[in-house]
Design a protein. Structure first.
Length: 102
C-alpha cells in the first residue's frame, strides 16, 4: 500500500478466541501504532481476509477504512483480502476504550 501513501504496515495480528473482546487487540494495535509513529510512519495499513467479518468490524470500529483489495493465489487456494488503513495514526486510530494513540 506504499503506492497509496500507507508507508507503515501491520503484518499480522491474531488473538485467540478465548481472549478476544477483552481489549488485547486494541492494546496490540496501540503498541504497533506507537512503534510506527516513533519510526515516523504516520500512515499504516494491514490486510485481512475478506470473509473475516469479526476482524473487519474491529478495524472499522477503531477507525480504519477500506483502501484496497487483492487476491492471494496459492497452490491450494485463493485468498481474497481487504486492505484497511489509517491515513494518520495519531488522529484516526481510535482504540475501543476511547483513547487515541499518543
Amino acid at each position: 500500500m506504499r503506492d497509496k501513501g500507507f508507508t507503515g504496515e501491520i503484518e499480522a495480528l491474531y488473538a485467540l478466541a478465548a481472549v478476544q473482546r477483552n481489549g488485547i487487540g486494541g492494546d496490540l494495535i496501540r503498541q504497533g501504532a506507537q512503534h510506527l509513529l516513533a519510526l515516523e510512519q504516520k500512515a499504516a495499513a494491514l490486510w485481512v481476509l475478506e470473509d473475516n467479518h469479526p476482524a473487519r468490524s474491529f478495524y472499522e470500529t477503531i477507525g480504519a477504512r477500506v483502501i484496497g483489495f487483492r487476491e492471494d493465489v496459492r497452490t491450494d487456494a485463493t485468498l481474497n483480502e481487504v486492505a484497511y488503513g489509517w491515513e494518520d495514526l495519531s488522529k484516526d486510530l481510535r482504540i475501543p476504550d476511547g483513547s487515541l494513540v499518543s
